[in-house]
Design a protein around this ligand. Structure first.
Ligand SMILES: Nc1ncnc2c1ncn2[C@@H]1O[C@H](COP(=O)(O)OP(=O)(O)OP(=O)(O)O)[C@@H](O)[C@H]1O
Ligand SMILES: [Mg+2]
Length: 356
């Protein structure tokens, strides 16, 4: 198997809609995915994730723009003329075939000897953890096992690019977390280039080398999970990835790459801040704030929710704004109750600046 890069150049997809109107599903995407990289398309429903993936697979033709796999322009090629394989949300297994037959299905149309096919099927089934289940029918498997069959069936043809469209959304939360680690392990073991579509931000964070955050057919930001989480480029990205507080602030001065801002009457240094002047927005993750008995910004606790792994507070700042605070507090020490005064401390290394 030879990993290839995938390139999208000015990719556009416009669908005709009822009444002679049009829907621009994908609106000029430019992206380069490196060989062996796992990239996630993340975004809200209708932002164009599936459409983009289907264009890479060849199930949908671009209205304009290009798709390259390796150095080859595959934009107008049929699905079976490009070396991609897709894993669907619905698994799409053949119910009347055994697990083995399902996994080996794609090899029937390739020049592979019976013996080689058998060996490949066996090897892939072992890789995805399906040993001993080959003779069963898909209906005799759990959801997680069926998903493994779908994964094995895609892998057995040794595609250059592996495509996933929300493959785990039919599984319960625990199994979803387990399977995403399995998918990541298999992808890394094979070193295969992969595109994974999801609207689940924690799945995207856990799986990806890089995340592509999409909004209304466009790319909002491309970056590693860390970059996306800690340095969101836009309000949309900050809001879409995890919980976040936006606090109005004023940029007072710049010190090299840092900005000194004033928010709720305090001076706060934001490291590695974009070059903004005047009114701006301080982006603070709930876990970057702490409540204490003394020292800090005086606040009032509005509400408290026990989440097991953390305590979640709503607190009111002196200017009346409210923020959400998460505190990992396993020993339940110094817990504040609703109505109590407290003092808020901010981890200034974990704050970020965006336009107001
Ligand atoms: N065959 C089609 N004909 C007309 N419009 C379409 C077609 N397929 C998709 N669309 C529209 O294109 C836009 C993008 O759809 P797409 O399925 O790519 O979204 P998505 O990001 O995968 O969403 P979801 O998270 O709900 O799966 C939507 O507005 C959708 O209604
Ligand atoms: Mg979709």
């Amino acid at each position: 198997m030879c990993a290839q890069k995938v390139e999208l150049r000015q990719l556009v997809k416009i669908f005709p809609a009822p009444g002679g109107t049009e829907v621009t599903a994908v609106d000029g995407m430019n992206l380069e995915i490196k060989p062996g990289e796992m990239v996630t398309f993340l975004g809200p429903s209708g932002c164009g994730k599936t459409t983009t993936l289907r264009m890479v697979a060849g199930f949908e033709m671009p209205t304009s723009g290009q798709i390259l796999i390796g150095d080859e322009d595959v934009s107008t090629k049929a699905p079976n003329e490009r070396d991609t394989a897709m894993v669907f949300q619905s698994y799409a297994l053949f119910p009347h075939m055994t697990v083995e037959e399902n996994v080996g299905y794609g090899l029937r149309f390739r020049r592979v000897s019976k013996k080689d096919a058998r060996e490949r099927v066996e090897r892939i089934m072992e890789l995805v953890g399906l040993q001993g289940l080959g003779k069963r029918a898909p209906g005799q498997l759990s959801g997680g096992q069926q998903q493994r069959v779908a994964l094995a069936r895609a892998l057995v043809v040794e595609p250059q690019v592996l495509l996933f469209d929300e493959p785990l959304s039919n599984l319960d939360a625990k199994l979803r977390e387990y399977m995403r680690e399995e998918i990541r392990r298999v992808q890394q073991e094979l070193g295969i280039t992969a595109i994974y579509v999801t609207h689940d931000q924690s799945e995207a964070m856990a799986l990806s080398d890089r995340i592509v955050v999409m909004n209304a057919g466009r790319i909002e930001q491309v970056g590693t999970p860390q970059e996306i989480y800690l340095r969101p480029a836009t309000r949309f990205v900050a809001d879409f990835i995890g919980k976040v507080n936006f606090l109005p602030c004023k940029v007072l001065e710049r010190e090299g790459r840092a900005a000194v801002v004033e928010a709720f009457g305090r001076r706060i240094t934001v490291h590695d801040a974009p070059d903004l002047r005047g009114e701006a927005s301080l982006v603070v993750r709930p876990e970057a704030m702490f409540l204490q008995k003394e020292q800090g910004v005086p606040v009032k606790v509005v509400s408290r929710v026990y989440l097991g792994s953390a305590m979640q507070y709503r607190v009111e700042l002196p200017n009346g704004d409210q923020v959400t605070v998460y505190e990992s507090n396993p020993h339940l020490q110094d817990v504040f109750s609703a109505g109590e005064p407290a003092f808020l401390r901010l981890d200034s290394n974990a704050v970020h600046l965006l336009p107001a």
